[in-house]
Design a protein around this ligand. Structure first.
Ligand SMILES: Cc1ncc(COP(=O)(O)O)c(C=O)c1O
Length: 393
């Protein structure tokens, strides 16, 4: 008879027989999976047979999330990653090598600027920063080294909307791949693959999770492209954690409802802030005077424009900082896409890498405040945000 410890470890490792499928995807909280023989393990590690070997390579909870996001984005395959940055890193390194170039929007999420500065520059991968709202500038920036055009469906934080269909057409005509960060829109509002993009990434930390309680990312696209990204992510250790994948799956179930409420609240707040004392400009794609309003309404689902808006305060940096101190309903915190309204100051957080000139080139200033509108009652948000914007309040 084996000793107690041996029996305890064996007894506590036995997976249950569960003939009735659980309503929710189980969290496979295991780093490794038992295999029959060495050949099976070798084949699993090479993705030459279905199944799982080691969670850095794949895991059933990840697989469920990957299939779900791929289905909702209309993609052949998906990959769950540890964060949106791990997804971005995986996509860029799977497509570019030393000597290649990518084009990024001048108004791009600051993490991309960080990725360029910390990894791409030293890897010999060049970049060009372009106002991607003007297709002729994108066309002019493409040269024989260009391999990838990076877009954001709705840009962080200026809310510029990319014409994914037109830009994909012109990029493909020059042999350039297109990857779209669809984090701000979520799959409930936009599906870039259906507009011609090759790969889509998400920070599932944001709308897909929806509750500011997980870190995660995803990549979706054609099977071979996603497999190439998976190889980079495996080597970089950027795999998702099973519990985080479970939370992202839970978030997906209410995504459509949340996006409807985020969009309705954001439109009400944007309309109230337009012309409010102290507010110089409101950028929200749902407003008729937004530069890409018509494009947004043509390509986004059900007239929704999401929950992100940017406002320009008349009093510059000091006014921006005062606004953040004054809010009572909204929370001053970085990140976005959650049930609670979050306000942040890009010049000192997500875009702190940019000098004032670069902020201007990206369509921002030191007085720009980013607001991620949550699911609170619209009247409370309007009172809070209009009040916080009032000069000298
Ligand atoms: C548009 C966008 N893409 C990607 C990311 C990176 O995601 P994560 O923080 O999950 O790495 C963020 C984070 O703020 C983001 O706003």
């Amino acid at each position: 008879m084996p000793g107690f410890s041996t029996r305890a470890i064996r007894a506590a490792s036995r997976a249950p027989d569960a003939p009735q499928p659980p309503v929710n995807v189980p969290i496979y909280q295991t780093s490794t999976f038992e295999v029959g023989d060495a050949a099976e393990l070798a084949e699993l590690l090479a993705f030459e047979r279905p199944g799982h070997s080691y969670t850095r390579y794949s895991n059933p909870t990840h697989a469920a999330l990957e299939e779900a996001i791929a289905e909702l984005e209309g993609a052949g395959a998906g990959l769950a990653t540890a964060s949106g940055m791990a997804a971005m890193h995986g996509v860029v390194l799977s497509l570019l090598r030393s000597g290649d170039e990518l084009i990024v929007p001048s108004a791009v999420y600051g993490g991309m600027i960080g990725l360029i500065g910390s990894i791409l520059d030293r890897s010999g991968i060049g970049h060009r920063s372009v106002d991607t709202t003007d297709p002729s500038l994108v066309e002019a920036a493409i040269n024989d080294r260009t391999r990838l055009l990076w877009l954001e469906t709705i840009s962080n934080p200026t809310t510029a909307v990319a014409d994914i269909a037109a830009l994909s057409e012109l990029a493909h005509a020059r042999g350039v791949m297109v990857a779209v960060d669809n984090t701000f829109a979520s799959p409930a509002i936009a599906n870039p693959l259906s507009l011609g993009a090759d790969l889509v990434i998400h920070s599932t930390t944001k709308y897909i999770g929806g509750h500011s309680d997980l870190m995660g990312g995803a990549v979706v696209g054609a099977e071979d492209r996603v497999a190439a990204v998976r190889h980079i992510v495996i080597s970089a250790g950027g795999n998702a954690a099973p519990f985080e994948a479970f939370l992202a799956l839970r978030g997906l179930k209410t995504l459509a409802l949340r996006m409807e409420r985020h969009s309705a609240n954001a439109l009400a707040v944007a309309e109230a802030l337009e012309g409010a004392p102290g507010v110089a400009r409101v950028l929200y794609p749902g407003l008729v005077d937004h530069p890409q309003h018509e494009l947004a309404m043509r390509t986004f689902h059900d007239g929704m424009a999401g929950g992100m808006l940017a406002i320009e305060l008349e009093g510059g940096r000091a006014h921006g900082e005062a606004f953040l101190r004054r809010v009572r309903v909204a929370v001053h915190a970085t990140s976005l896409g959650s049930v609670e309204t979050l306000v942040s100051h890009p010049a000192s957080s997500s875009h702190r890498q940019l000098a004032e000139d670069d902020l201007a080139a990206a369509g921002m200033s030191v007085g720009t405040v980013r607001i991620s509108i949550g699911l609170e009652d619209a009247a409370d948000l309007i009172e809070d945000l209009v009040g916080a914007a009032r000069p000298g309040a």
